[in-house]
Design a protein around this ligand. Sequence first.
Ligand SMILES: [Zn+2]
Length: 384
Amino acid sequence: MKHDQDFIKRQNRLTVFEMIKTQSPISRAMIAKKTGMSPTTVSRIVGELTEQGYVIESEQVSEGLGRKSTLLGLMDASVSSIGIELDRHVLNIGVVDLQGNLVHSESHERGIEEAPEVTVQRISDVLEHMLERGIAERKHIVGIGVGLPGIIDNGRGVVVFSVQLGWKNVALSALLEEATGLKVKVDNELKVKALAEHLKGSAIGSNRTALLGFGNGVGSALIFEGEIYRGEMNSAGEIGHTTVDPNGPLCQCGKAGCLQTYITIHSLLQEASQIRPIQSVEELFAARAAGERWAIHLIDRALTYMAITVNNVVCMYNPDTVIFSGELTDKFPEMYEEVKERCHSRFVWEPLRDSFRFVTSQLHEAGVMIGSGLQAQAQFFKLD
Ligand SMILES: [Zn+2]
Protein backbone atom coordinates (compact mmCIF):
# COMPACT_ATOMS: atom_id res chain seq x y z
CA MET A 1 0.00 0.00 0.00
CA LYS A 2 2.70 2.44 1.09
CA HIS A 3 4.78 1.57 -1.95
CA ASP A 4 1.83 2.13 -4.28
CA GLN A 5 1.12 5.54 -2.77
CA ASP A 6 4.75 6.62 -3.17
CA PHE A 7 4.69 5.47 -6.75
CA ILE A 8 1.56 7.47 -7.51
CA LYS A 9 3.08 10.54 -5.85
CA ARG A 10 6.19 10.29 -7.98
CA GLN A 11 4.18 9.73 -11.14
CA ASN A 12 2.01 12.75 -10.35
CA ARG A 13 5.04 14.90 -9.81
CA LEU A 14 6.50 13.84 -13.15
CA THR A 15 3.16 14.38 -14.92
CA VAL A 16 2.83 17.94 -13.57
CA PHE A 17 6.42 18.67 -14.46
CA GLU A 18 6.05 17.32 -18.01
CA MET A 19 2.87 19.34 -18.50
CA ILE A 20 4.54 22.58 -17.46
CA LYS A 21 7.49 21.71 -19.64
CA THR A 22 5.52 21.01 -22.80
CA GLN A 23 2.49 23.30 -22.40
CA SER A 24 3.73 26.39 -20.58
CA PRO A 25 2.53 28.99 -19.93
CA ILE A 26 -0.16 27.04 -18.12
CA SER A 27 -2.13 27.67 -14.92
CA ARG A 28 -2.64 25.37 -11.93
CA ALA A 29 -6.33 25.11 -12.79
CA MET A 30 -5.55 24.05 -16.35
CA ILE A 31 -3.16 21.36 -15.12
CA ALA A 32 -5.80 20.02 -12.73
CA LYS A 33 -8.37 19.96 -15.50
CA LYS A 34 -6.09 18.20 -17.99
CA THR A 35 -4.67 15.61 -15.60
CA GLY A 36 -7.76 14.94 -13.53
CA MET A 37 -5.77 15.56 -10.34
CA SER A 38 -7.34 17.56 -7.56
CA PRO A 39 -6.47 21.30 -7.40
CA THR A 40 -4.95 20.69 -3.95
CA THR A 41 -2.58 18.01 -5.27
CA VAL A 42 -1.55 20.20 -8.20
CA SER A 43 -0.92 23.18 -5.90
CA ARG A 44 1.17 21.08 -3.55
CA ILE A 45 3.35 19.71 -6.37
CA VAL A 46 3.73 23.13 -8.01
CA GLY A 47 4.70 24.53 -4.60
CA GLU A 48 7.46 21.95 -4.25
CA LEU A 49 8.77 22.49 -7.75
CA THR A 50 8.76 26.28 -7.26
CA GLU A 51 10.56 26.03 -3.94
CA GLN A 52 13.22 23.86 -5.54
CA GLY A 53 13.72 26.45 -8.26
CA TYR A 54 12.44 24.47 -11.26
CA VAL A 55 9.22 26.34 -11.85
CA ILE A 56 8.52 30.08 -11.95
CA GLU A 57 5.32 32.03 -11.88
CA SER A 58 4.92 34.44 -14.77
CA GLU A 59 2.02 36.73 -15.62
CA GLN A 60 -1.55 36.70 -14.37
CA VAL A 61 -4.50 36.16 -16.66
CA SER A 62 -8.25 36.33 -16.26
CA GLU A 63 -9.95 32.97 -16.30
CA GLY A 64 -13.59 34.06 -16.53
CA LEU A 65 -15.87 35.42 -13.80
CA GLY A 66 -13.20 37.98 -12.91
CA ARG A 67 -10.97 35.33 -11.41
CA LYS A 68 -7.25 35.72 -11.92
CA SER A 69 -4.91 32.85 -12.30
CA THR A 70 -1.15 32.71 -12.44
CA LEU A 71 0.70 31.10 -15.30
CA LEU A 72 3.60 28.78 -14.72
CA GLY A 73 6.75 28.15 -16.67
CA LEU A 74 10.03 26.33 -16.24
CA MET A 75 13.34 27.82 -15.24
CA ASP A 76 15.10 26.48 -18.32
CA ALA A 77 18.66 26.88 -17.14
CA SER A 78 17.91 25.32 -13.79
CA VAL A 79 18.04 21.75 -15.00
CA SER A 80 20.38 19.84 -17.23
CA SER A 81 21.71 16.33 -17.37
CA ILE A 82 24.67 14.47 -18.74
CA GLY A 83 24.04 12.06 -21.60
CA ILE A 84 26.67 9.44 -22.39
CA GLU A 85 27.12 6.99 -25.22
CA LEU A 86 29.52 4.13 -24.68
CA ASP A 87 30.60 1.91 -27.52
CA ARG A 88 33.47 -0.35 -28.42
CA HIS A 89 35.75 2.51 -29.52
CA VAL A 90 34.17 5.70 -28.22
CA LEU A 91 32.97 7.58 -25.21
CA ASN A 92 30.63 10.43 -26.21
CA ILE A 93 29.57 12.74 -23.45
CA GLY A 94 27.17 15.66 -23.69
CA VAL A 95 25.06 18.15 -21.77
CA VAL A 96 21.32 17.91 -22.42
CA ASP A 97 18.96 20.72 -21.47
CA LEU A 98 15.35 20.43 -20.36
CA GLN A 99 14.03 20.66 -23.91
CA GLY A 100 16.24 17.77 -24.97
CA ASN A 101 18.76 19.90 -26.85
CA LEU A 102 22.35 18.75 -26.85
CA VAL A 103 23.98 22.01 -25.74
CA HIS A 104 27.52 20.63 -25.62
CA SER A 105 29.17 17.36 -26.59
CA GLU A 106 32.60 15.86 -26.90
CA SER A 107 33.97 12.60 -28.17
CA HIS A 108 36.80 10.61 -26.61
CA GLU A 109 38.46 7.45 -27.81
CA ARG A 110 38.05 4.32 -25.79
CA GLY A 111 40.31 1.29 -25.75
CA ILE A 112 38.56 -1.90 -26.90
CA GLU A 113 39.69 -3.87 -23.85
CA GLU A 114 39.09 -1.04 -21.37
CA ALA A 115 37.90 -2.33 -17.96
CA PRO A 116 34.74 -0.80 -16.43
CA GLU A 117 36.70 0.89 -13.61
CA VAL A 118 38.95 2.62 -16.15
CA THR A 119 36.02 3.83 -18.25
CA VAL A 120 34.21 5.08 -15.15
CA GLN A 121 37.27 7.01 -14.02
CA ARG A 122 37.61 8.55 -17.47
CA ILE A 123 33.98 9.64 -17.51
CA SER A 124 34.44 11.22 -14.10
CA ASP A 125 37.60 13.06 -15.28
CA VAL A 126 35.96 14.31 -18.48
CA LEU A 127 32.97 15.53 -16.47
CA GLU A 128 35.17 17.33 -13.91
CA HIS A 129 37.03 19.01 -16.74
CA MET A 130 33.75 20.16 -18.32
CA LEU A 131 32.63 21.64 -15.00
CA GLU A 132 35.96 23.40 -14.51
CA ARG A 133 35.59 25.05 -17.90
CA GLY A 134 32.10 26.26 -16.96
CA ILE A 135 30.32 24.21 -19.64
CA ALA A 136 27.78 23.09 -17.06
CA GLU A 137 27.14 23.92 -13.43
CA ARG A 138 27.15 21.05 -10.98
CA LYS A 139 24.15 22.35 -9.05
CA HIS A 140 22.06 22.24 -12.23
CA ILE A 141 22.94 18.67 -13.21
CA VAL A 142 20.20 16.35 -12.02
CA GLY A 143 21.79 13.11 -13.17
CA ILE A 144 23.70 11.08 -15.70
CA GLY A 145 22.21 8.80 -18.33
CA VAL A 146 24.29 6.18 -20.09
CA GLY A 147 23.37 4.26 -23.24
CA LEU A 148 25.42 1.27 -24.36
CA PRO A 149 24.96 -1.85 -26.50
CA GLY A 150 24.00 -5.12 -24.88
CA ILE A 151 21.53 -6.54 -22.39
CA ILE A 152 21.11 -3.96 -19.65
CA ASP A 153 19.18 -4.36 -16.41
CA ASN A 154 17.85 -0.81 -16.48
CA GLY A 155 16.16 -1.14 -13.09
CA ARG A 156 19.33 -2.01 -11.21
CA GLY A 157 21.71 -0.20 -13.57
CA VAL A 158 23.69 -3.35 -14.36
CA VAL A 159 25.31 -4.25 -17.67
CA VAL A 160 24.28 -7.90 -17.80
CA PHE A 161 26.12 -8.66 -21.01
CA SER A 162 27.74 -6.51 -23.66
CA VAL A 163 29.73 -8.27 -26.38
CA GLN A 164 30.82 -4.94 -27.88
CA LEU A 165 32.38 -3.70 -24.63
CA GLY A 166 33.40 -7.14 -23.38
CA TRP A 167 31.58 -6.52 -20.08
CA LYS A 168 29.55 -9.00 -18.04
CA ASN A 169 27.58 -8.25 -14.85
CA VAL A 170 29.02 -4.78 -14.34
CA ALA A 171 27.20 -2.61 -11.77
CA LEU A 172 27.72 0.49 -13.88
CA SER A 173 25.21 2.76 -12.10
CA ALA A 174 26.75 2.08 -8.69
CA LEU A 175 30.32 2.59 -9.95
CA LEU A 176 29.46 5.86 -11.70
CA GLU A 177 27.39 7.16 -8.80
CA GLU A 178 30.30 6.56 -6.48
CA ALA A 179 32.77 8.26 -8.81
CA THR A 180 30.65 11.33 -9.63
CA GLY A 181 28.22 11.74 -6.74
CA LEU A 182 25.38 12.02 -9.25
CA LYS A 183 22.34 9.78 -9.85
CA VAL A 184 22.89 7.46 -12.81
CA LYS A 185 20.47 5.76 -15.19
CA VAL A 186 21.81 3.05 -17.50
CA ASP A 187 19.98 1.61 -20.50
CA ASN A 188 20.41 -0.09 -23.85
CA GLU A 189 21.63 2.38 -26.48
CA LEU A 190 18.98 1.66 -29.11
CA LYS A 191 16.16 2.01 -26.59
CA VAL A 192 17.26 5.50 -25.56
CA LYS A 193 17.99 6.39 -29.16
CA ALA A 194 14.48 5.39 -30.21
CA LEU A 195 13.09 7.45 -27.33
CA ALA A 196 15.10 10.47 -28.49
CA GLU A 197 13.89 10.10 -32.09
CA HIS A 198 10.34 9.82 -30.78
CA LEU A 199 10.61 12.97 -28.63
CA LYS A 200 12.94 15.12 -30.71
CA GLY A 201 13.71 13.53 -34.07
CA SER A 202 12.19 11.70 -37.03
CA ALA A 203 9.38 9.91 -35.16
CA ILE A 204 7.59 12.82 -33.48
CA GLY A 205 3.87 12.05 -33.35
CA SER A 206 4.33 8.35 -34.10
CA ASN A 207 2.39 5.87 -31.96
CA ARG A 208 4.37 2.79 -32.92
CA THR A 209 7.98 3.31 -33.79
CA ALA A 210 10.50 0.63 -34.65
CA LEU A 211 14.09 1.78 -34.80
CA LEU A 212 16.68 -0.39 -36.55
CA GLY A 213 20.38 0.05 -35.87
CA PHE A 214 23.06 -1.29 -38.22
CA GLY A 215 26.67 -0.82 -37.19
CA ASN A 216 29.01 -2.77 -34.93
CA GLY A 217 25.95 -4.74 -33.90
CA VAL A 218 22.45 -5.17 -35.29
CA GLY A 219 19.49 -4.37 -33.11
CA SER A 220 16.12 -2.71 -32.87
CA ALA A 221 13.98 -0.88 -30.35
CA LEU A 222 10.26 -0.29 -30.14
CA ILE A 223 8.34 2.66 -28.79
CA PHE A 224 4.63 1.91 -28.31
CA GLU A 225 2.34 4.77 -27.28
CA GLY A 226 5.29 6.80 -26.07
CA GLU A 227 6.78 4.03 -23.94
CA ILE A 228 9.83 1.89 -24.56
CA TYR A 229 8.81 -1.73 -25.02
CA ARG A 230 11.30 -3.65 -22.86
CA GLY A 231 10.20 -7.27 -22.58
CA GLU A 232 11.04 -9.49 -19.64
CA MET A 233 14.79 -8.78 -19.49
CA ASN A 234 14.90 -5.40 -21.23
CA SER A 235 16.22 -7.30 -24.23
CA ALA A 236 13.22 -6.97 -26.56
CA GLY A 237 14.45 -6.02 -30.00
CA GLU A 238 17.71 -7.98 -30.03
CA ILE A 239 17.14 -9.03 -33.62
CA GLY A 240 20.87 -9.42 -34.29
CA HIS A 241 20.68 -12.91 -32.85
CA THR A 242 17.58 -14.07 -34.65
CA THR A 243 18.53 -17.09 -36.75
CA VAL A 244 18.37 -16.60 -40.50
CA ASP A 245 20.29 -19.69 -41.59
CA PRO A 246 20.85 -22.69 -39.32
CA ASN A 247 23.76 -23.72 -41.55
CA GLY A 248 25.25 -20.24 -41.67
CA PRO A 249 28.52 -18.91 -40.26
CA LEU A 250 29.23 -19.05 -36.52
CA CYS A 251 28.19 -15.95 -34.58
CA GLN A 252 30.04 -14.38 -31.60
CA CYS A 253 27.17 -15.66 -29.46
CA GLY A 254 28.01 -19.29 -30.21
CA LYS A 255 25.05 -20.01 -32.50
CA ALA A 256 25.16 -20.47 -36.26
CA GLY A 257 23.64 -18.16 -38.85
CA CYS A 258 22.51 -15.19 -36.73
CA LEU A 259 21.32 -12.17 -38.70
CA GLN A 260 24.26 -10.12 -37.51
CA THR A 261 26.82 -12.45 -39.09
CA TYR A 262 25.70 -11.01 -42.45
CA ILE A 263 25.43 -7.31 -41.65
CA THR A 264 27.70 -5.96 -38.92
CA ILE A 265 30.78 -3.94 -39.82
CA HIS A 266 32.92 -6.54 -38.08
CA SER A 267 31.55 -9.48 -40.05
CA LEU A 268 31.65 -7.59 -43.36
CA LEU A 269 35.32 -6.75 -42.82
CA GLN A 270 36.11 -10.29 -41.73
CA GLU A 271 34.57 -11.77 -44.83
CA ALA A 272 36.15 -9.14 -47.08
CA SER A 273 39.57 -9.94 -45.66
CA GLN A 274 39.31 -13.46 -46.98
CA ILE A 275 39.59 -11.92 -50.47
CA ARG A 276 42.19 -9.27 -49.67
CA PRO A 277 43.24 -7.22 -46.61
CA ILE A 278 40.51 -4.65 -45.91
CA GLN A 279 40.85 -2.40 -42.86
CA SER A 280 37.68 -0.30 -42.92
CA VAL A 281 34.16 -0.10 -44.34
CA GLU A 282 35.33 2.92 -46.33
CA GLU A 283 37.78 0.63 -48.17
CA LEU A 284 35.06 -1.95 -48.71
CA PHE A 285 32.71 0.63 -50.23
CA ALA A 286 35.55 2.00 -52.36
CA ALA A 287 36.15 -1.51 -53.71
CA ARG A 288 32.45 -1.74 -54.52
CA ALA A 289 32.51 1.64 -56.28
CA ALA A 290 35.52 0.44 -58.29
CA GLY A 291 33.41 -2.44 -59.54
CA GLU A 292 35.11 -5.29 -57.67
CA ARG A 293 32.62 -8.13 -57.90
CA TRP A 294 33.21 -9.65 -54.47
CA ALA A 295 32.62 -6.24 -52.78
CA ILE A 296 29.48 -5.66 -54.84
CA HIS A 297 28.23 -9.08 -53.76
CA LEU A 298 29.02 -8.57 -50.04
CA ILE A 299 27.28 -5.20 -49.80
CA ASP A 300 24.42 -6.34 -51.99
CA ARG A 301 23.82 -9.25 -49.63
CA ALA A 302 23.97 -6.93 -46.59
CA LEU A 303 21.38 -4.60 -48.18
CA THR A 304 19.12 -7.56 -48.88
CA TYR A 305 19.32 -8.75 -45.28
CA MET A 306 18.55 -5.21 -44.11
CA ALA A 307 15.40 -5.18 -46.27
CA ILE A 308 14.47 -8.63 -44.89
CA THR A 309 14.90 -7.22 -41.38
CA VAL A 310 12.54 -4.36 -42.20
CA ASN A 311 9.99 -6.87 -43.45
CA ASN A 312 10.30 -9.08 -40.37
CA VAL A 313 9.88 -6.16 -37.99
CA VAL A 314 6.94 -4.76 -39.98
CA CYS A 315 5.22 -8.17 -40.03
CA MET A 316 5.79 -8.67 -36.32
CA TYR A 317 4.86 -5.26 -34.92
CA ASN A 318 2.95 -3.39 -37.62
CA PRO A 319 4.61 -0.04 -36.73
CA ASP A 320 3.62 3.30 -38.28
CA THR A 321 7.27 4.38 -38.52
CA VAL A 322 10.49 2.49 -39.16
CA ILE A 323 13.73 4.38 -38.53
CA PHE A 324 16.83 3.25 -40.37
CA SER A 325 19.89 4.16 -38.30
CA GLY A 326 23.41 3.29 -37.25
CA GLU A 327 27.02 3.81 -38.14
CA LEU A 328 26.74 2.17 -41.58
CA THR A 329 23.94 4.44 -42.76
CA ASP A 330 25.44 7.52 -41.09
CA LYS A 331 28.61 6.91 -43.12
CA PHE A 332 26.93 5.79 -46.35
CA PRO A 333 23.56 7.56 -46.62
CA GLU A 334 22.97 6.00 -50.05
CA MET A 335 22.22 2.71 -48.25
CA TYR A 336 18.90 4.17 -47.11
CA GLU A 337 17.62 4.59 -50.69
CA GLU A 338 18.94 1.18 -51.70
CA VAL A 339 17.23 -0.60 -48.81
CA LYS A 340 14.05 1.41 -49.36
CA GLU A 341 13.98 0.37 -53.00
CA ARG A 342 14.43 -3.30 -52.07
CA CYS A 343 11.68 -3.06 -49.44
CA HIS A 344 9.28 -1.53 -51.86
CA SER A 345 9.97 -3.65 -54.91
CA ARG A 346 10.27 -7.02 -53.26
CA PHE A 347 11.01 -7.68 -49.63
CA VAL A 348 8.21 -6.12 -47.59
CA TRP A 349 5.01 -8.12 -47.75
CA GLU A 350 2.77 -6.33 -50.20
CA PRO A 351 -0.29 -5.48 -48.08
CA LEU A 352 2.00 -3.80 -45.56
CA ARG A 353 4.16 -1.82 -47.96
CA ASP A 354 2.29 1.45 -47.54
CA SER A 355 1.44 0.96 -43.87
CA PHE A 356 4.53 2.64 -42.46
CA ARG A 357 6.91 5.54 -43.01
CA PHE A 358 10.47 4.43 -43.70
CA VAL A 359 12.76 7.23 -42.51
CA THR A 360 16.36 7.86 -41.56
CA SER A 361 17.47 8.91 -38.13
CA GLN A 362 17.38 12.67 -37.66
CA LEU A 363 19.57 12.89 -34.59
CA HIS A 364 22.25 10.49 -35.86
CA GLU A 365 25.10 10.06 -33.38
CA ALA A 366 23.56 12.60 -30.96
CA GLY A 367 20.53 10.34 -30.37
CA VAL A 368 21.99 8.17 -27.62
CA MET A 369 23.29 11.17 -25.65
CA ILE A 370 19.96 13.00 -25.93
CA GLY A 371 17.87 9.94 -25.06
CA SER A 372 19.92 8.96 -22.05
CA GLY A 373 20.12 12.55 -20.83
CA LEU A 374 16.32 12.80 -21.01
CA GLN A 375 15.92 9.53 -19.12
CA ALA A 376 18.14 10.85 -16.34
CA GLN A 377 15.88 13.92 -16.08
CA ALA A 378 12.72 11.82 -16.00
CA GLN A 379 14.17 9.68 -13.22
CA PHE A 380 15.05 12.77 -11.22
CA PHE A 381 11.58 14.26 -11.39
CA LYS A 382 10.02 10.97 -10.36
CA LEU A 383 11.99 11.03 -7.12
CA ASP A 384 10.94 12.92 -4.03
ZN1 LIG B 1 24.36 -14.57 -32.50
